[in-house]
Design a protein around this ligand. Structure first.
Ligand SMILES: NC(=O)c1ccc[n+]([C@@H]2O[C@H](COP(=O)([O-])OP(=O)(O)OC[C@H]3O[C@@H](n4cnc5c(N)ncnc54)[C@H](OP(=O)(O)O)[C@@H]3O)[C@@H](O)[C@H]2O)c1
Length: 251
C-alpha cells in the first residue's frame, strides 16, 4: 500500500499579537492542512519573532493583519523569498497601495479590505443598486470598535469606489458639518467608533420617493480570519498578480 503524505501549508502571520492575528493563529492551529511557520509582531512574546528578518525558516504563504505602515518591509520580505502574500491590513496610503501593486507583478498578492464573503455579496448588490439608482443620494455609514485607528474603514472606501464606478463624478465627503447643502454627486461616508463592534457597513440609496438600504453586520471578527485563511489557501500556486475576493468566489 502506498501512503500519500500531504505536506501542511506553512503560514507566516504578521501582526500575530493583535486581535486578528490571534484569531488567524487559532484557526491555523485547528486546521489539519495548515501549520504556523512563524508568528511576527513587534510586541514580541512567547514564540513570537519581533521582526520578519528574524525568521528564515520554511514558509509557503504570509497573512498580514499588522499595520499598513509595515507593508514596505512585508512586500520586500515576500518578494525576496518568492512568497505569496495575503494583505488583510487596511488603511494604506497611496504610496503603500502602489507598493502592493508593484509587488503583485513579482509575487501572487491577495488583497481585500474586507475578508468576509457576506461583504463580497454586499459589494455585488451595491454595484447593482448604484447602476439602477445612478442619480440618487448615496450615504455610507460604518461602525467599528473603539480601538480601530483608521477612518473611514477600508471597506467603506471599497463600497464608495464601487458606487463611483457607476457615477465617475462622485465626490467623497467624510463626515459632514457646516452650513451648506449636499451636492447631488456627493457620497457621504460616516464613521462611528464605539464599544466592541466587529464591523457594520450600510450603504443607503435615497431619492425623493424611496430609500434602499443595504447592510452587513459582522457578529464576530473570526469571520475575517476565516476569509484570510481561505485566501491563503487560494493564492498558493497562483501566477503573480493581484487577486481579490471576487476571484476567490468565482473559483
Ligand atoms: N481585511 C479585513 O477583513 C480586516 C478585518 C479586521 C481588521 N483588519 C485590519 O487588520 C489590521 C489589524 O487589525 P487588528 O484589529 O488585529 O489590530 P491590532 O489588534 O492593533 O493588531 C495589529 C498588530 O500588528 C502589530 N504590528 C504593527 N506593526 C507591525 C509590523 N511591522 N510587523 C508585524 N506586526 C506589526 C501591532 O503591534 P503594536 O501594537 O506593537 O504596534 C499589533 O500587535 C488593521 O489594519 C485592521 O483595519 C482587516
Amino acid at each position: 500500500m502506498v501512503l500519500k503524505v500531504l505536506n501542511k501549508m506553512n503560514v507566516i502571520v504578521c501582526g500575530a499579537a493583535g486581535r486578528m492575528g490571534r484569531e488567524v493563529i487559532c484557526l491555523i492551529e485547528k486546521s489539519a492542512g495548515l501549520s504556523l511557520a512563524a508568528a511576527v509582531d513587534p510586541a514580541g512574546g512567547e514564540g513570537i519573532y519581533q521582526t520578519l528578518r528574524d525568521y528564515t525558516g520554511p514558509a509557503d504563504v504570509m497573512v498580514d493583519f499588522s499595520h499598513h505602515s509595515a507593508i514596505r518591509e512585508i512586500t520586500a520580505y515576500c518578494e525576496t523569498r518568492n512568497l505569496p502574500l495575503v494583505v488583510a491590513a487596511t488603511g494604506h496610503t497611496q504610496e503603500e497601495t502602489e507598493l502592493i501593486q508593484l509587488a503583485a507583478t513579482r509575487i501572487p498578492v491577495f488583497m481585500s479590505a474586507n475578508m468576509s464573503v457576506g461583504v463580497a455579496l454586499l459589494a455585488m448588490l451595491v454595484k447593482q443598486a448604484a447602476a439602477v439608482f445612478h442619480d440618487c443620494d448615496v450615504e455610507i455609514v460604518e461602525t467599528h470598535h473603539n480601538r480601530k485607528a483608521d477612518a473611514p474603514s477600508g471597506t467603506a472606501l471599497l463600497l464608495a469606489d464601487i458606487v463611483k464606478s457607476e457615477r465617475p463624478d462622485a465626490l467623497y465627503v467624510c463626515g459632514r458639518e457646516g452650513n451648506h447643502k449636499r451636492k447631488s454627486n456627493e457620497i457621504g461616508i460616516h464613521s462611528l467608533r464605539m464599544g466592541n463592534v466587529a464591523g457594520e457597513h450600510e450603504v443607503i440609496f435615497s431619492t425623493d420617493s424611496q430609500t434602499i438600504s443595504l447592510k452587513h453586520q459582522a457578529h464576530d471578527r473570526v469571520l475575517f480570519a476565516e476569509g484570510a485563511v481561505a485566501a491563503a489557501k487560494f493564492i498558493v500556486g497562483k501566477p503573480n498578480g493581484l487577486y481579490r475576493m471576487e476571484d476567490m468566489l468565482e473559483e
